[in-house]
Write a protein that binds this ligand. Sequence first.
Ligand code: PLP
Length: 232
Amino acid sequence: MIKENIECIRSKIRETCEKCGRKQEDVKLIAVSKTKPVSMLKEAYDCGCRDFGENKVQELVDKWEQMPKDIRWHMIGHLQRNKVKYIVDKVYLIHSVDSLRLAEEISKEAVKKGVTVSILIEVNVAQEETKFGTTCNDVCNLVEEIAKLPGILVKGLMTIAPYVENPEENRQYFEKLRQIYVDIIQKNVDNVYMEELSMGMTGDYVTAITEGATYVRIGTAIFGERLYVNKE
Ligand SMILES: *Cc1c(COP(=O)(O)O)cnc(C)c1O
């Protein structure tokens, strides 16, 4: 089932890219495997998936230990500062940085371990009270401040759009995030490499791709419904 699901998503991505004149390889699929057992991750791995997304530190570390080492692990959930030390040398990209304090902690641990950590800034574009993320107004300044820190590279922006029936309702948020992204590129800040826009999930990834997503984060459409919902 996982194999069919992944093939279906890949062909959707291909189709969407053709329609909107983008290169297929510019849209990367992250298999969001939170709450799912390693056996299912291995199935996805065998279908060629190398990008996996998790939202809990302990779960990411457990799976990191059990899975092949050529996987790129994406931390996509809210990250507490006291847990940063467990993942800085294991993650490929942290999507959920939304404060200078968190970035400072990542920087400190990265320097300690002699690694450079790539991050995205999470923006709460839709201003949902239940969600983390910085505001559209603050993101530019935050990027400039974080860019000064050693051991950390700002690679782009991420947003989690609201849960909606009709993905068209989220187009405005994806469009807004891309605008902010372009604004930051034009500022030409040292040490900022705006390359990635992480947006789009099971319900709205096609819309997100047409608005410029470079990473789509997909869980349910690959692995099925989660047993318990984690609203992080
Ligand atoms: C769970 C989660 C996803 C995947 O959601 P689906 O709707 O199952 O595709 C994507 N991004 C984040 C940040 C998540 O927490």
